[in-house]
Design a protein around this ligand. Structure first.
Ligand code: GLN
Length: 532
């Protein structure tokens, strides 16, 4: 029988529901369970692909090319699973399926309504994903905050589902906030109110996870339990953690594992896996290790969530190397029209230029890359960072002064361009190269040393490519294209021989990094920084 755990949130957004659910998943995985997570996003967008990272944080890309909410990144990293398009359900997906069915006449003349047609569609999707996965436990996170109009159909659907499934196959976890007053007094009223809102919808939480500045005392838990009809031991205190990877351990200490297993009648399947706890130990040690400072030159530098996976990938590599990496966020535009970049980079051991779209900040990023190349500072470029490294070399080494990407302007030397086959489709997202593609690595290159093999599969999200007409010219002058697709027409990796570390990839290696399996290019980049 499939077991379901549904995670909802109250009081306000941004409490870390995603991390909470990812942590519960990890805890069950450590006990031998196969887990399948689903994120429900109650917005009308079909997917996150068209959304501004300023508002929503990074667009996370899955192996099958789906552009999804960044919580799926947390799930993949915490549970060490590979997810696909079907694991992110949005209002847009549900409604377009229902409307399509209506147009085909499949509702046989009925009035098509939220209940039951929309809710049936939601339930069917959740069950289908759960069953197809072959997992033991399906975790469903409902985005948004209880009380929002948007999430109502989803809450109603899980309410119905609970009635249809066996009592001990369904568990509700509600994540709320317990704020502290200036006098350090914890306030339970917001939690009481959000549970009340949940109950008005016919949902009673089994577990309440209270996000708070510091751990809650027993009497506070008892009070929450009493007002919210939840056992005291099911009121879990989740104080702010210095490190998100500690959250599974903190929740365990609070007894969430025992309570969840008892409620769902699960028994421990395997001996407990301590790999995660060991990784957290290593992370603690590495925070006392050698210090590194890496500059991240981006456009949304002020909003760190837009580069979330990169931030995590750096952490994973640092954990393995036992060093402590600080990221210096630099706004690309600040590097334009200035008299020299020394003041920005004198205290850093490495420079990273991440992915991006649009023209703003482009020249600043190119300046940063030129600086890294000339001053022999380790450089890692990802996607847009790769394309700009090629433009920089074309301009400053190959002497093509007006080299540019045709994404940004018409130029005599579009070294980054759309390939012919792409030019025909111009619908939003229609031409993007998304998800897993094979990359073939040339022998005797840095790329080969980093990966230790000649064929890899990496995730992509880009529209423009290195223009094949310029490859020879750029290579002649020092850049090496050490990875490409099978045809050899699409360049995937670029490096410079004789530089301490100059490595850039068209693909996004940050999406496949795991806390205990760091990404090879990130690890090699930090190793080079350590040597500085
Ligand atoms: N804007 C570039 C392109 O579309 C790079 C995209 C990215 O960095 N994700 O190809």
């Amino acid at each position: 029988m499939m077991k379901y755990i549904v995670v909802t949130g109250g009081v306000m957004s941004g409490l870390g529901k995603g991390i909470t659910m990812a942590s519960i998943g990890r805890i069950l995985k450590n006990r031998g369970y196969n887990i399948v997570p689903i994120k429900i996003d109650p917005y009308i967008n079909i997917d996150a692909g068209t959304m501004n990272p300023f508002q929503h944080g990074e667009v996370y890309v899955l192996g099958d090319g789906a552009e999804v909410d960044l919580d799926l990144g947390h799930y993949e990293r915490f549970m060490d699973v590979e997810l696909g398009r079907e694991h992110n359900i949005t209002t847009g997906i549900i409604y377009s399926a229902v409307i399509e069915r209506e147009r085909k006449g499949e509702y046989l003349g009925q009035t098509v309504q939220i209940i039951p047609h929309v809710t049936n569609e939601i339930k069917a999707r959740i069950r289908e994903v759960a069953e197809k996965s072959g997992a033991d436990v399906c975790l469903v996170e409902i985005g948004g905050t209880v009380g929002d109009i948007e999430s109502m159909p989803f809450l109603e659907a899980v309410r119905q589902m609970q009635g249809e499934e066996n009592g001990n196959d369904f568990l509700f976890v509600h994540v709320t906030l317990v704020p502290f007053t200036l006098l350090s007094e914890p306030k339970t009223k917001p939690t009481q109110h959000s549970v009340k809102a949940l109950r008005e919808l016919g949902l009673q939480p089994d577990i309440i996870v209270c996000r708070c500045e510091k751990a809650l005392k027993e009497d506070v838990k008892a009070k929450i339990g009493m007002f919210c009809n939840v056992k005291k031991e099911a009121v879990i205190s989740a104080p702010d953690a210095g490190d998100i990877y500690e959250v599974p351990l903190l929740l365990e200490q609070e007894g969430i594992a025992e309570y969840t297993m008892r409620k769902l009648q699960l028994t421990q399947l395997t001996e407990e896996d301590h790999e995660w706890a060991q990784m957290v130990e290593r992370r603690k040690k590495s925070s006392e290790g050698g210090k590194l400072c890496v500059a991240l030159v981006g456009k949304y530098a002020e909003l760190e969530d837009s580069y979330l996976s990169i931030k995590e990938a750096i952490k994973h590599a640092a954990t393995e190397l036992g060093c402590n990496v600080e990221t210096k966020w630099i706004e690309a535009e600040d590097l334009e029209d200035v008299d020299g970049l020394d003041p920005f980079f004198e205290d850093v051991q490495g420079i990273l230029v991440p992915g991006g779209f649009g023209v703003r900040g482009v020249e600043g990023k190119i300046n940063a890359i030129a600086y890294a190349r000339e001053h022999k500072i380790p450089f890692l470029g990802l996607c847009f960072g790769f394309q700009l490294a090629v433009i920089e070399a074309a301009r400053n080494i190959a002497g093509l002064k007006d080299a540019h990407s045709s994404e940004h302007c018409e130029t005599r030397h579009p070294v980054i361009d759309l390939l012919e086959e792409q030019q025909e489709v111009d619908e939003m997202g229609g031409t993007m190269r998304l998800g897993d593609y094979e990359v073939f690595i040339r022998k005797d290159t840095l790329a080969e040393r980093i990966y230790g093999k000649n064929k890899i599969v990496e995730r992509h999200r880009h529209r423009y490519e290195v223009n094949p007409a310029y490859i020879e010219q750029i290579e002649r002058d020092g850049l090496i294209f050490s990875g490409s697709d099978r045809s050899g027409m699409r360049m995937e990796i670029v490096e410079i021989d004789g530089h301490p570390f100059f490595f850039a990839t068209q693909f996004h290696r940050e999406f496949k990094s795991r806390p205990n399996k760091p990404s090879p290019p990130f690890k090699a980049f930090l190793e080079a920084c350590l040597r500085q």
